[in-house]
Design a protein around this ligand. Sequence first.
Ligand SMILES: Nc1ncnc2c1ncn2[C@@H]1O[C@H](COP(=O)(O)OP(=O)(O)OP(=O)(O)O)[C@@H](O)[C@H]1O
Length: 630
Amino acid sequence: MAYFSRPQSSNSAVRIVNPAEQDDIAKPQAKRDSPQRQCRNILIYGSCRFQDKGCIYYHPPSDNSTNVARPESPAPASLTAQAVNAPVFVPKTSLNTFTATSPTPSHSFSPSPSPVPYYQSHEEYDPYAQQQSTNGHGQMLDEQDGANQYQQADPHHLTYLSDHMAQAEYDDTVNSLGSFYSSAQPSFVRQSLNYHLYTHPIPETFTPSHFISDTIREELTKRCEAIHSTPLAPYNVPDELQGYHTLVPLEPTPSDRRKFFSWFSTMYRATNANDGVAYALRRVENFRLMHQAAFGAIESWSRIQHPNIVRVREAFTTRAFNDNSLVVSYDYHPNSQTLFELYLRANQQSYQQGSRMAGSLNTVIPEATLWSYIIQIANAIRATHEAGLAVRMVDPTKILLTGKNRLRISSCGIVDVLLYDTRQDIAIVQQEDLVMFGRLVFALCCGNLAAMNTLPKALDTMGRIYSADVKTLALYLISKPGPHKNIAQVIDMIGKGRLLKEMDEVQISTDRLESELMSELENGRLVRLLCKFGFINERPEFAREPRWSETGDRYIIKLFRDYVFHQVDENGNPVVNLSHVLACLNKLDSGTDERIMLVSRDEQSCLVVSYKEVKSCIDAAFSDLSRASR
Ligand SMILES: Nc1ncnc2c1ncn2[C@@H]1O[C@H](COP(=O)(O)OP(=O)(O)OP(=O)(O)O)[C@@H](O)[C@H]1O
């Protein structure tokens, strides 16, 4: 109950007064707990369940006209300035719909143009809350009447209604037995749900936070940084390149550069001016394109969309680097690493330096991970071969790890352009793909790029670490080409069991990401709402305008802000409760009919308003500001 509590010493203010007139009305402090003071429950709810149970406040004689205010007209959609300034609060809707003392639900219903709000969870002010728990009896509308009402009023409420019906099965205050057997338990309070309202915030006692998990957040943040970061060191690149700008090299230029076939090549990250998205550009230096038709392969590649292939976008030649360069544009996968960088580079370096540690430095890839890699690469090759193309670079330096255990073959299509003049039969180059795939499996198993050069040793190492199936597959891949050797055969050898296991893993990971996404679902809406609050609240330039001042309807917004963010507990300590804030903002965004009591800062006056009313105040205030800003 921390949400609704104010310091006990000052809980007596029940009348709604114009704060400007407060001085005239305010009673001396000493009189606050006087029995002559009218009970707040009578004023707010029309009755007090504690009247005969020792409530010390004054209860006017029981009279139907005072206890139950019948509506002349439905509740207004928004509060006017007069409503704020009203001297005494008189509920405008029938209190029968939510009064705790009503023993039988009302069966009569006359259609009204706007739905009568249904307050299943409105808690009565209880001066004895410490001793007795609230039992929300008799607050419910007749189920059938309620259904008619919502159907006529707004189809949108059907969702709400089904929710409400579902609750009725469990809530003994709703069914007929409930009126016979009064429960000593506090009633189960469930807020009305509609699709705008989304989920209830998780109570504080539960460990998961309201937001995405730290590991995923960090990973995504790093990727975001990788997209936008620029190295401090100056580098020599053109400002603009065929619609791409902000070029950043993806790797330092080492002194011993390896050649990409007969050419040097460099990878850049660049931003496309048309869509603002970052792409990876591979530039092949000093390459002169002899036949425009060579770009035909790039067109075919750009049509392949596969989860294990880095998407090819376009290719062009340029003189912007002061040479004849070929540039191919690919999707950019921030923070990705090649298999070579991950598993082979350290070993390679130690071999080159003749270190005695050579061969023991590599990270051993667990067999399950190795099979996952094999399946992903096989799948990429299958898609390529089915499209009538060949990968032509199944190489650890060109296979990227773009996420956890997630492989993508990069640099596709470029070899087709570079070697256009020496065109080969597609069946032959597809067979070469399989041999390169076999070499890759040996390299990954032995942690050595040149493992195949000493085959018996490689087979021995492989046999010690991995199952016989890995060896059989690797040997098949490097075997002589033949009419029956193809990628479909490779997939058969991998086996149904492993493929299904991979599928399980993928689906588990999708489930995990979806649940992470759920926790972020509402943030966008709530940030927009908080921005509106930021625009509206504390605007000194409007201090003198009546609508914005403490007597205007915009006053409600201020009080609501206090209600959401500035709650204090019984001892006057601040309540910092994110669940409360999220629940309030969700209800505000969806404009529920649920009512809340807003208390002025000096605690001398209070207002009972629905979220719907607060929402319309905020919308009106924000539209005023928006109009003025034009
Ligand atoms: N599509 C891409 N998205 C993001 N990063 C990429 C992409 N393609 C390559 N990279 C990164 O660019 C860097 C350089 O790639 P590159 O293919 O040149 O590797 P390399 O090992 O230097 O090979 P080579 O010796 O042939 O140049 C690698 O770190 C790689 O992770």
